[in-house]
Design a protein around this ligand. Structure first.
Ligand code: SF4
Length: 415
């Protein structure tokens, strides 16, 4: 029997190939679930209508969470959201998650749509997050999404796979974010262009699903088409009671990877990506003392319970100096953080809590920066203008963000 990687096996099944598809091969594949959010649905619906399409291919397979500008910040956003709601209703799309449910890349896995072995496509570049559960998750533009709305199919080039093997026990306060930033710093912003990055090794196996989501979320920041962690017992345990359908895990066969890298992270320090590139990565200790105006803990990268808990442990009983915004990634996360006292701790420390969603991550509202202001953010992008025209965004872990909130300067987290 032919051997292959997780990506090859998923595309072989999804394209109905009799044999194993090969990297570089162009295939037309059936998409298992498609996702578009409030921003991209607007454009995808327009393209869908311009194509002359009337009905979506399968209303049960389309997922629409509202997250980018929630609640709407002006009349234009409110009207566009109203129109998407009406279209979804008219198409009988029941997997519609209105304002307040959370960020698309958290709502989608929580809803049980991200399953091992599936081909998942989102009209958002960070759809690679779904690889944390052993799926092939990838982002497309609105026109491609319109094609998926219509036919449920799209063409793909089967990607090569880079195996990134990570070994070593992380030091205190070194998390999946630090590992991901380190790898991006080593491989570069275009180091995995149109490839799958498959994270393997004992350090990855020890990560929680939350940590694996952080890791895979950042895959696109080195150009990856997908980032995948092979599914294991933790994956199945996390999916128990969530999975929308039965699934069959697939794994890469030995010696099938096209490239391999190995990193021992035993000595890794907390990392930060300085503006204006995600691959401008350095140890936090090198930039320690940089004055910080704002700290933002949230987003599809680091807005999960584990992230908020990490921040709360550092802030407990203390008071922030930099203005601090915390936005849980979803309603489920918010409820858990309320029940466990994490929100109380964060509020008592002086943090502001925003409604589940993207918050200021995309620079649209709710915490954008003034010219020259510095923000330590747990998000995934620090390009010019990302969080306000003249702002300077330093990407870091929740622990580094919380430590910096306490001092008002970029700080290495300590016990
Ligand atoms: Fe995009 Fe940021 Fe929203 Fe994630 S949190 S989907 S990166 S805008």
């Amino acid at each position: 029997m032919a051997t292959g990687t997780i990506s090859q096996k998923i595309f072989s099944r999804a394209s109905g190939s009799a044999g194993m598809v090969e990297p570089g091969e162009i295939v037309e594949a059936g998409v298992d679930y498609a996702m578009s959010h409030d921003g991209t649905s607007v454009l995808a619906i327009k393209a869908f209508q311009e194509m002359g399409s009337q009905r979506v291919w399968d209303p049960e397979k389309i997922v629409i969470p509202f997250d980018h500008i929630v609640p709407a910040n002006n009349e234009t956003a409110a009207e566009l959201q109203r129109d998407v709601r009406a279209w979804a209703r008219g198409q009988n799309i029941s997997n519609f998650f209105d304002c307040g449910n959370g960020v698309c890349h958290q709502v989608f896995p929580e809803g049980g749509f991200a399953l091992p072995g599936l081909l998942l496509v989102g009209a958002d570049s960070h759809s690679c997050t779904y690889g944390a559960l052993g799926a092939f998750g990838t982002g497309v533009g609105a026109t491609d999404m319109a094609e998926i709305y219509s036919r449920g199919r799209l063409w793909f080039k089967v990607p090569e796979t880079i195996a990134v093997r990570v070994t070593g026990t992380p030091r205190p306060f070194v998390s999946a974010k630090d590992i991901a930033l380190m790898v991006i710093g080593k491989l570069g912003a275009d180091g995995a262009t149109y490839k799958t990055v498959e994270y393997i090794g004992p350090t990855i196996e020890a990560l929680s699903i939350s940590g694996r989501m952080t890791l895979c979320n950042l895959g696109v920041e080195m150009g990856a088409k997908a980032a995948i962690v092979p599914p294991d017992k933790k994956t199945h345990a996390w999916l128990a009671g969530r999975a929308r359908q039965p699934y069959k895990s697939v794994h890469s066969d030995p010696d099938c990877y096209d490239y391999e890298h190995e990193y021992d992270i035993a000595d890794l320090e907390p990392q930060v990506a300085a503006p204006y590139r995600v691959d401008n990565v350095r140890p936090v200790s090198e930039l320690e003392g940089l004055k910080v105006d704002q700290v933002f803990i949230g987003t599809c990268t680091n807005g999960r319970l584990e992230d908020l808990d990490q921040a709360a442990r550092i802030l407990k009983g203390k008071r922030v100096v930099a203005r601090t915004l915390v936005i849980p990634a979803s309603r489920e996360v918010l409820l858990e953080a309320l029940a466990s006292g994490i929100i109380q701790t964060l509020v008592e420390a002086g943090a502001m809590i925003g409604p589940p969603g993207c918050g200021p991550c995309l620079g649209a509202h709710m915490g954008v920066l003034a010219e020259g202001e510095v923000c330590v953010s747990t998000s995934n992008r620090n390009f010019p203008g990302r969080m306000g025209k003249g702002g300077l965004v330093y990407l870091a872990s929740p622990a580094t963000a919380a430590a910096s909130a306490l001092t008002g300067y970029l700080s290495v987290p300590e016990i």
